[in-house]
Design a protein. Structure first.
Length: 221
């Protein structure tokens, strides 16, 4: 059965890809683009693509589901759900599975993520988690990326993800005010249809949650 690397452009999947390639193990590398990743993630993805071509002569394949996730939410006057991650299934997992049906996904779950392993086995997913098998932690993944001379990517997620921390929302507002306004627009459209209590956070407006406090520091990997 064939394998493919499920690449998310974050710390774990980047370190895993580098480790596999350094061992001479080459598989298709696939990134599912929701259209809503942070600009910093797209910037790292471009850097990593170039690095892989120059050093290993391999390419990252990008798959996309249309409309984009933001366009879908906007058209239905929704914000991402706090109850479950259906968007991950529809815009990340399924597009790759449709491109590589009946194949085994190589996933960057680290030593700390045993709960993901158990859940995937319970769901009878076809996967291989080499980081977990080798006992590699997230901290070690960061060291691996630095050893290859690459910048450490931020945690990959959509910039309008309902699960992101208050600090990430604050950084979004400071660094990318145009994207923050678009996130507010999703919330506004949702509340106009479903009531004032519905938004990214129940019974709390995103703008009130974030406030105007200046946040120093960087996005966490």
């Amino acid at each position: 059965m064939d394998y493919y690397i499920s690449y998310g452009a974050g710390v774990n999947s980047t370190a895993m890809t580098l480790l596999l390639l350094s061992k001479g193990l080459k598989y298709p590398i696939v990134f599912a683009d929701t259209g809503g990743e942070w600009p910093e993630t797209y910037g790292f993805l471009a850097t990593f693509k170039e690095f892989l071509v120059d050093n290993f002569d391999v390419h990252i394949e990008v798959v996309r589901k249309l409309p984009t996730l933001y366009e879908y939410l906007y058209s239905l006057r929704l914000t991402p759900s706090l109850k479950n991650r259906w968007c991950t299934d529809r815009w990340k997992i399924r597009p790759i599975q449709e491109r590589y049906p009946n194949c085994i996904s190589i996933i960057g779950w680290s030593k700390e993520e045993e709960w993901r392993i158990r859940r995937a086995k319970w769901a009878r997913r076809k996967f291989w988690a080499p980081l977990y098998e080798e006992g590699i932690t997230r901290e070690r993944c960061i060291k691996i990326i630095k050893w290859f001379g690459l910048p450490v990517p931020i945690k990959s997620a959509c910039w309008f993800c309902a699960f992101q921390s208050k600090r990430r929302w604050q950084i979004l507002k400071q660094r990318h005010p145009e994207l923050f306004k678009k996130a507010l627009e999703l919330e506004k459209r949702n509340k106009q249809v479903r009531g004032a209590q519905w938004g990214y956070k129940i019974n709390e407006d995103l703008d009130d949650l974030v406030g105007n406090q200046l946040v120093l520091g960087f996005l966490q990997p």
